[in-house]
Design a protein around this ligand. Structure first.
Ligand code: GSH
Length: 220
């Protein structure tokens, strides 16, 4: 593990969060000693003013490293990769690195909302209210998720990981989104349509970082 006590990074967020998990996966894959400081963004209590100073949009995660604070997960994971020793998580060649950034952009802009909120959260919320989720909303979320998953599968390079033979930030960004998606029948079916993503998902399960950060919902 790298990082002295004085400079040990803190990740502020909650273990149930897709984006917090992406950042934790990167910290673990780099072997960076860090702590997770609990911010329950969906809890009953309003987010406190001190956190809003760090993250004016009141989202999680935020990374603190010494006097440096950073929010937006794609920026956090790049920072962690570049600031700490350990295996490089960005491809060395310019075009693969651009593809990796493109894939992360697709996940953030076109996959997260429909797959995680449109399917997983919709089912979960409906179940808590004792009624089924709205079929029209589910249908729209499926259509949008399918488009994004196909785009990602089409852009994935040949090889074990999304950008070839080495794990990259793109793999660690996608995993938490698919983890929630897979908890719904629609999500499992959609991921199953993309052979590359299905094989990739199964291969990723053997990584200690993935096992160490599983969502409580996956274990129940
Ligand atoms: N663009 C942000 C997105 C972060 C995000 O949406 N996090 C979710 C949890 S997974 C959150 O804080 N949601 C709170 C809310 O929507 O009010 C990033 O990349 O870090």
């Amino acid at each position: 593990m790298s990082g002295t006590e004085a400079t040990k990074p803190q990740l502020l967020g909650a273990a149930y969060s897709v984006y917090v998990r992406a950042a934790r996966l990167v910290l673990l894959e780099k072997g960076v000693d860090h702590s997770l400081v609990e911010i329950d963004i969906f809890g009953a209590q309003a987010v406190d003013a001190a956190y809003l100073k760090l993250h004016p949009f009141a989202r999680i995660p935020t990374l603190r490293h010494g006097d440096f604070a950073l929010y937006e997960t794609a920026a956090i994971t790049r920072y962690v990769d570049e600031a700490f020793p350990g295996p490089a998580l960005q491809p060395p060649d310019t075009r693969s690195r651009a593809r990796m950034a493109q894939m992360i952009g697709i996940m953030d802009s076109y996959l997260y909302r429909p797959l995680v909120w449109g399917l997983y959260v919709a089912h979960d919320t409906a179940a808590k209210g004792g009624k089924p989720a709205d079929p029209a909303s589910l249908g729209e979320a499926m259509m949008k998720s399918r488009l994004a998953l196909k785009a990602l599968a089409d852009l994935a390079q040949d090889g074990t990981f999304l950008q070839g033979d080495r794990i990259s930030l793109a793999d660690l960004h996608l995993l938490p989104m698919l983890a929630y998606g897979r908890l719904t029948a629609e999500g499992r079916a959609l991921i199953g349509e993309q052979n590359k993503l299905l094989a990739w998902w199964e291969m990723m399960q053997a990584r200690p970082s993935v096992a160490a950060t599983r969502f409580a919902a996956e274990l129940s």
